[in-house]
Design a protein around this ligand. Sequence first.
Ligand SMILES: Cc1cc2nc3c(=O)[nH]c(=O)nc-3n(C[C@H](O)[C@H](O)[C@H](O)COP(=O)(O)OP(=O)(O)OC[C@H]3O[C@@H](n4cnc5c(N)ncnc54)[C@H](O)[C@@H]3O)c2cc1C
Length: 449
Amino acid sequence: MEQLAKSRGLRFLTNTNDLDHWGRDWTHYFPVNALGVIFPKTVADVSEILKHCHTHRICVVPSGGRTGLVGGAYATQGELILSLSQMNRILDWDPLGLTVKVEAGVIHETLQDYLRPKGFHWPVDLAAKGSCQIGGNLATNAGGVRVIKYGMTRRWVQSLTVVMANGKILELNGDLEKNNTGPCLRDLVIGSEGTLAVIAEARLKVTHLPRQCLTLFAPVENPAAALTLLQSLRECGAPLLAFEFIDKASLDLVLKHCGDPNPFGEFMSDAVLIDLETTDVSDVYAKTALDPRTILGESHSQVQKFWHYREIITEALDSMGFVYKHDVSLPQREIPRFLKTVDQEFSRRFPGATNFVFGHFGDGNLHLNFGYSAKDPDGRRLAHCEAANDWLFNLVHQYRGAISAEHGIGLLKRAYLRFTKSPEELAILHALKKAMDPHAILNPGKGVV
Ligand SMILES: Cc1cc2nc3c(=O)[nH]c(=O)nc-3n(C[C@H](O)[C@H](O)[C@H](O)COP(=O)(O)OP(=O)(O)OC[C@H]3O[C@@H](n4cnc5c(N)ncnc54)[C@H](O)[C@@H]3O)c2cc1C
């Protein structure tokens, strides 16, 4: 590999500290074991590297911004880390087709900064935007805070340039909006977490920035009240851009983390953060049961502050000690009953822990976070939380939910796929993996396949 890197003028790192840095994502649960990190600069570089790995049976972990929350970008079995971070150019802007072509390593926020002055955005929006890469967003089919309006990442992709495990370069879908020539490989690669192909370039669809936006920060009594409010907003035709739930424990945590007073004064409760594409909320106030303590964001800085509370929760949780994260999806009407059932058993199963609940309620996506104020030096808490997965995922299954809503499978959820996918579905996916990566060199042990 060293020779290949040298011959193509590519950076190749093997130093232990570098491997430890590049070999992990935000989960931080696993020890890193990597062969090295290589930084291709072109699609041809990716192709040559994979050809070499295919011939010599070297396993590869495609690596983006490493903000993943399920261990998908971890190297734990002596794999080569293939970092896309030097493939970070914006290649083409098409104002007629409303698309932008990028290399996979473009940082999400860099793309938005490029589009904003033109009046457009790629409408995937997530708190990790400052570090995650477009390739990582595509490989995880990322969700985020605007799914309620725009849907998930897959909807905003026109075409991909991918490199297969054997080094073959495929153009998936060209520059076409419409192409009904059979099943779509592009859509299969999106969300496959680096297990079917490496995404090297993408042409993304963009849309106009919302022309106006008002933000409401509203206390709610409990999750059921949050959903009643959501229903009444939908019934009165409110133009929802985001509807995010933050429970009392999470709100308390972020306020302490930021050193800020409670925006609702003495009253501490669950809350929802709502973005509406409008300049007039009189109808919303008249037709929904908004709490009178609801705050309408009046200045840019106030709105930013409310969103900062929502976006900093993951970081605040990470700094508190040890946290075990879940990202589940449920039919919205089942959320209150599901959470009540979890609550009934939580303190017995997790003495000393708090369940911090927040998430994209507008799409039925909850993040449950089992948090302890002390660290987990010997891995006992991690083992304890993992041992409870069967209990939690059985509940998710009973309520007809999914064990991963938007973060993917990675290393963390692989043992629990049976709770969401049938054996028949898994068998088809395994056959596809065999066809696309016969020696199983791409991200082994991760994802669905
Ligand atoms: C604070 C915070 C907030 C977050 N909020 C959200 C959220 O709201 N919604 C959401 O969906 N996620 C969220 N995430 C999770 C994470 O940011 C997303 O999964 C993101 O899409 C990962 O992008 P990345 O570049 O960091 O990918 P990485 O973590 O580097 O990789 C993720 C997976 O994609 C694969 N991969 C990466 N690049 C490529 C490529 N070019 N080709 C093929 N495979 C590749 C990796 O092998 C790995 O399996 C959040 C994370 C943090 C830390």
